[in-house]
Design a protein around this ligand. Sequence first.
Ligand code: FES
Ligand SMILES: [Fe+2]
Length: 390
Amino acid sequence: MNHHPSPHPASPRLNFCPPSLPARSYFDEAWFLQEQKNIWAKNWAYVGRANDFKPMTMRRLSVAGQNIILIKDRDGAITSFHNTCRHRGSELCTVAERALNSRLVSCPYHQWSYDFSGNLVRTPFVSTTDDFVKEDHGLFPVHVKDWNGCVFVCLADTPPDFAGVPDVGLSVFDNWPMKDLVTGHTMVKELDCNWKIFWENFSECLHCPGIHPELCDMVPLYGQGIMSPTEAIDWTPDTTPPERTLKQGARSWTMNGEACGPEFPDLSDDQRKAGYLFATLLPTMFIVAHVDYVRIVSLTPLGPERTELKAEWLFPAATLNADGFNLANVTQFASIVMLQDGAACEMNQRGLKSAKFENGTLMPQEFEVFKFHEWIRKHLGSNEKPEAGQ
Ligand code: FES
Ligand SMILES: [Fe+2]
């Protein structure tokens, strides 16, 4: 058998072994604050499914360490503002979520009231002087974007073009009825690790053979520590790709391998054969779409060494309501994988606190981790950033 000493040039594998990010980037407070400011506050952050947010409701959220509100009006339009009153800066919303009884948001302190576009409408109990111009005292707006029924916010004055956010393009899920899917199950878990550790773990499958027996059984390729046939050391463009990526007989990522309901009608044959389709939206979430359901995993950095992970399983309403629908058969599969990944992330975090560890080294198969590090270096934008390829 002919083994190539180096991968084919068209393979995504790296042809060098670059250093990983410095250890302190995973626990240093100043580094973390810089990421909040330059990465999380400047990019789109996923804040939930539009159809999980009731009309005439206000939510209080933390994005990039900033306190913001999200408002949904009677017709379903969503707006977002910093959670600070223009009078003397009180919070406008003091609870995670509350119903709105009128078309105004009232500050709980002295009752200044704003419409859902953020305009100051009423300043009760006060008589203002001529130098006070109401129009100059509207709420500070936050940009909002709905993509496939997923709501994103961006704190930047000029947000990045959303078209550039999903790594595989805006139309990747056009064959899935994304907007209409409803949430059947949510899992929230706090992890004792830096948020970048999550993405690094997500970006390689070298850990799959050791960490994920169930997943490797479902996707035999993962059992070789690779995510796609193009990563195999002896791959060439002439190599015939496997006919299917899931194990024989399996249709979806469920405990028994069966689809949990009717398959989405508009998928292509290739999409059915693939069995899963990932899209990554850095830094905030990834989506994985199957033939019968969709899963969203999003993260929120809570501190340098603490990250909230949220997984949402989305289904057609008819699937959820069908007699005999077995939710656990679906959710257990990815829950097992995510808990395995979570434990691996925490183990990674603990180890890199060693006084001896300055930075690691990426292997050729970790090309997606390298890409992620390059993305971090590009967005971090300061003297603190490590020299690429050093
Ligand atoms: S701080 Fe909001 S009305 Fe006074
Ligand atoms: Fe994993």
